[in-house]
Design a protein around this ligand. Structure first.
Ligand SMILES: [Zn+2]
Length: 313
């Protein structure tokens, strides 16, 4: 289905505070962003601008409607792809259809945030159908037979597996991917798999940043913020844990100050996601909210320091 893009206006400007981060050698650009948005029954679009723009510094982010689960595709300016999570194993979830519709033939990095089936289930079909140059994961122990089967398929397909943790990073074209969680040795909580989700910040050179922390819950976020509260000032937030109230709190929003938030969630799911408390908190922080259950596939097109959001419905 084609994306309906309704033209809007937008303005923005603002104060830019350039800080040189002491962590890693990257220059981190903090920007204050304003945006305007409209919501209609069939189209929602937001446009925002940071005040730093580098010509051609473009990328796209696709929050794919895979039902109850996460799958986020990132396309660089040179049309290389990174896939974060695959959504659940369900032939009707549309991941392969979506990838084919975008003409994706090869994936530079497939990244698994954590070992729950609503994040890795469909990788079984992605592996084999596309060329994958590397599979990144935290390698948190999991003996589930489906997960073990995926690991075996990666091995037999000769796809390199790459363990990553806090402090690791890689670049692809104009984008930098930085991992902020989990720490070495993992953390121990009552929800270990969620709380050891990989947290990834994706940044272009013009200061547009996306943060995806998988299903991180309160303890995991607290751990992340204890190490990186100064590194996560972003514009685009993939909402933790499908909008569960244990995944979003004021501390996270205060540290990240997102303009736009994206909830990957299935319609009528049995978990009650997203929870009203999460939606209320996002609203009280004046953050635009998009949801795959009601908006379908969601596309963010970044053009240097500005971006727009378009929804399938
Ligand atoms: Zn999940």
């Amino acid at each position: 289905m084609s994306v309906m893009l309704k033209k809007l206006f937008c303005i923005a400007t603002l104060a830019v505070i350039v800080t040189l981060s002491g962590c890693q050698s990257a220059q981190d650009v903090s920007t204050t962003t304003t945006s305007t948005s409209t919501t209609a029954t069939s189209t929602t679009t937001t446009a925002s601008t940071t005040s730093t723009t580098i010509a051609g510094d473009n990328f796209s982010v696709y929050f794919i409607d895979v039902g109850q689960g996460d799958s986020i595709l990132i396309k660089t300016k040179d049309s290389h792809y990174v896939l974060i999570d695959s959504g659940p194993s369900d032939a009707s979830n549309g991941l392969n259809t979506f990838l084919n519709s975008k003409g994706v033939a090869s994936i530079y990095r497939a990244i698994l945030t954590h070992t729950h089936a609503d994040h890795y289930g469909e990788f079984k079909d992605v592996v084999g159908n596309y060329t994958i140059s590397g599979f990144m994961f935290a390698n948190y122990p999991n003996t589930n037979s489906t997960y073990v089967s995926l690991m075996n398929k990666l091995a037999t397909s000769s796809i390199p597996t790459i363990e990553v943790k806090d402090g690791d990073s890689f670049t692809l074209d104009n984008l930098t991917f930085r991992f902020y969680h989990p720490p070495a040795g993992f953390i121990s909580t009552s929800s270990d798999e969620n709380d050891n989700s990989l947290a990834i910040k994706v940044s272009n050179q013009s200061g547009v940043d996306l943060l995806d922390c998988g299903d991180l819950e309160t303890a995991g976020m607290s751990s992340l913020l204890s190490r990186h509260s100064g590194d996560v000032d972003i514009e685009l937030l993939k909402v933790n844990h499908h909008g569960s109230s244990n995944g979003t709190n004021q501390a996270l929003l205060t540290a990240t100050t997102p303009t736009d938030a994206f909830i990957c969630v299935g319609a009528g799911n049995s978990y009650g996601h997203p929870e009203a408390a999460t939606l209320s908190l996002l609203s009280s922080n004046s953050i635009n909210v998009y949801r795959t259950d009601s908006n379908g596939d969601i596309t963010v097109n970044v053009n240097g320091g500005s971006y727009s959001v378009a929804t399938e419905k």
